[in-house]
Design a protein around this ligand. Structure first.
Ligand code: HEM
Length: 259
């Protein structure tokens, strides 16, 4: 009828408006704050790369599998956007040729990847929300983050930073425009649209949890190093008890032997 045929709000505008608040939350996570201040260290960056690898590997596997799905096809740009290979070469740069054995992934990253697989299996149109959240982010704030990373890590060349460069995209702004027009061309029922917008918020939430997990892992690793240094001088109560027991038993045994 006439009412439903009235001009609909574009999906690209709706998705941006719906994720505005959670974007601010993502920017304000401790990890992103430290990042922006140029306080990211090499161990921190390496661990972030591991998570990004797991996320993009899964996202791109699911996009490839569903590339002819009517909702996915318009936003399927493997040549221009695919990050898997660039992450592989960055990981190889920082970890060496045995990088595959050294990739460690946090629990939140596993949950994110699990959601991507589930969506790919059960409702591929929701992959649009995930692709939007990562790729448009990379083409926006990601460009500034690339420069910050190079500076923070004191890298003289672009080596190890291929994640941030998109050789197939000559103008990120123009590409973002194209991407938005493709988003707007996707046909969705009203219900699918509502669910997709929520999935975009969830996609940001998954990213926030990954950042929080990494932040925790890093402070624990920091503390763990400190603790293991301390423990060279302090023995645990259990060991103290065991040593005490051995001494006591030896004393008793020696006393019995002497008798
Ligand atoms: C330090 C952290 C971040 C900074 C400084 C930052 C900055 C920006 C900036 C300047 C834009 C362009 C806004 C515009 O074109 O109007 C943008 C867009 C975007 N960012 Fe971020 N961002 C950060 C983190 C993130 C994270 C963690 C995600 C998601 C994982 C994300 C996802 C996006 C998306 C999807 C867009 C496109 C919005 C649209 O045009 O529809 N950003 N960001």
């Amino acid at each position: 009828n006439i009412i439903t045929k009235e001009k609909k709000v574009d999906l690209s505008e709706q998705i941006k408006a719906t994720t505005k608040d959670i974007h601010v939350r993502a920017e304000n996570t401790q990890l992103m704050q430290r990042y922006q201040k140029g306080q990211i260290t090499l161990p921190q960056y390496k661990i972030l790369l591991c998570s990004l690898y797991e996320i993009y590997k899964t996202l791109e596997e699911q996009l490839d599998k569903n590339s002819s799905h009517p909702a996915v096809a318009p936003i399927y740009f493997p040549q221009e956007l695919s990050r898997m290979e660039s992450l592989q070469s960055d990981l190889e740069h920082f970890f060496g040729s045995d990088w595959r054995k050294r990739v460690i992934v946090s629990a939140a990253t596993h949950r994110y990847a699990e959601r991507l697989r589930q969506v790919g299996r059960e409702s591929p149109e929701l992959l649009v929300a995930h692709a939007y959240t990562r790729y448009l982010g990379d083409l926006s704030g990601g460009q500034v983050l690339g420069k910050i990373t190079q500076k923070s890590l004191g890298l003289s060349s672009k080596e190890g930073l291929s994640f941030f460069s998109f050789p197939g995209v000559s103008s990120p702004n123009r590409f973002k425009q194209l991407y938005r027009s493709r988003l707007d061309s996707i046909e969705l029922t009203e219900e699918q649209r509502v669910v997709l917008l929520q999935e975009a918020v969830d996609a940001f939430e998954f990213n926030i949890q990954v950042f929080d997990d990494l932040q925790k892992m890093l402070s624990i690793t920091g503390e763990a190093v400190q603790k293991s240094e301390d423990s060279l001088f302090k023995t645990s109560p259990m060991i103290q008890f065991t040593v005490g027991l051995c001494v006591a038993l030896t004393t008793v045994a020696m006393a019995m032997y002497a008798l």
